[in-house]
Design a protein. Structure first.
Length: 192
């Protein structure tokens, strides 16, 4: 089985994440997309993150009606801060019959050479890259690499940062969520 791993803090998950993941699930050779909820990204401040299990609950609610999209808490039990290479090694040992690929935005591909053991990741895994809105050109040292696949997914200009700020300001952002995710967010008073 071919699994695409879509890593993120999903703080919160929104329709932009779902549109991209569903598009890749439908228009690539991947069988499933796993939303890997990251407890702590080494490049982000931890203080702005909602509790791991609240973010996982929102991902669960957002994906439950999609056959090919799954929530994953695989990184919750790994030592922190965690690196993608460690998660990939762990998953490959746990699921030897699966082939794991990464899903990332073009912006992440630009800094991919800074990732821990990126050469080993590229040697053993494919990477599916979706477009991002950007002012500068997105040429990277990985252009033309046989294991990097550019997917013509819709460009989503919605960010979790924008959503958190809008909620704090009392704006109505309900259309940016699946109904059941919005209900949970609203009921829990998150980001207010």
């Amino acid at each position: 089985m071919k699994i695409g791993l879509y890593f993120g803090s999903f703080n919160p998950i929104h329709i932009g994440h779902l549109v991209i993941a569903n598009h890749i699930a439908e228009y690539s050779d991947l069988d499933e997309i796993w939303f890997v909820v990251t407890p702590h990204n080494p490049f982000k401040k931890k203080s702005s993150l909602l509790d791991n299990y609240h973010r996982l609950e929102m991902v669960y609610r957002a994906t439950k009606d999609y056959k090919k999209l799954k929530p994953s808490d695989i990184e919750f039990s790994l030592p922190q801060p965690n690196y993608t290479i460690n998660t990939l090694v762990y998953l490959q040992e746990k699921h030897p019959g699966h082939a794991f690929s990464l899903i990332m935005g073009e912006d992440n591909l630009k800094s991919f050479h800074k990732w821990k053991n990126y050469e080993i990741i590229l040697e053993n895994h494919h990477i599916y890259v979706y477009p991002r809105v950007t002012k500068e050109t997105t040429e990277t040292q990985f252009d033309g690499h046989e294991k990097i696949h550019h997917i013509k997914a819709p460009i989503m200009e919605i960010s979790s940062t924008f959503i958190r700020k809008a909620i704090k300001e009392g704006k109505n952002v309900k259309p940016l969520f699946p109904e059941n995710v919005w209900e949970y967010l609203d009921e829990m008073n998150f980001y207010k």
